[in-house]
Write a protein that binds this ligand. Structure first.
Ligand SMILES: [Zn+2]
Length: 171
């Protein structure tokens, strides 16, 4: 990774709040005017750490995904779906997720990266249920609906697909 470009902007109008965000390959840190150099350095470091932690939560690793899948199964499926692996894949452009029930493997499209955790959890949940029920019948949906934000997540993904390609996609 190239070194991070950090731009610090001070505002006299900004009294208490400190914030940071990415703008292309730059990171902008907004600080109130009048901080000492030492305070400024500490705040910048703290804000960069916070931003990185937030992004990490939004970009879970394969191991994080497997842990989340196991938690979802325990919480909503009485632990009956037993995932062996959950991983991100690049070559899945028309589906959000897929699975191989015989092996307990689940794959998620990298396009889900950066989406809210509850949306990614929905797709994991959907694939977990497929480990138990292959087809999209009433039994399938009854299990999926145990995840409280299932409907909202479906709406979110449909809206996203419509905006991106003018059609919806299934998993
Ligand atoms: Zn499905």
């Amino acid at each position: 990774m190239p070194p991070e470009t950090v731009e610090v902007r001070r505002s006299a109008r900004r009294r208490r709040t400190v914030s940071a965000y990415r703008d292309g390959d730059k990171t902008i840190v907004l600080l109130p005017a009048g901080l000492s150099t030492t305070d400024e350095e500490q705040w910048v470091r703290r804000m960069l750490d916070r931003l990185a932690a937030k992004e990490q939560r939004r970009r879970p690793s394969d191991d994080d995904l497997l842990e989340r899948a196991s938690e979802l199964s325990a919480r909503y499926l009485d632990g009956k779906a037993v995932p062996e692996s959950v991983r991100w894949v690049e070559n899945q452009l028309h589906r959000w997720g897929s699975c191989t029930p015989d092996h307990g493997t689940i794959r998620l499209s990298v396009r889900l990266r950066g989406m809210p955790a509850w949306v990614v959890d929905y797709v994991i949940m959907h694939e977990l249920v497929h480990l138990l029920v292959p087809s999209h019948g009433p039994r399938f949906w009854a299990l999926v609906e145990r995840y409280p934000r299932a409907e909202r997540a479906r709406g979110f993904l449909e809206g996203f697909s419509m905006a991106a390609n003018g059609s919806t996609e299934e998993c």
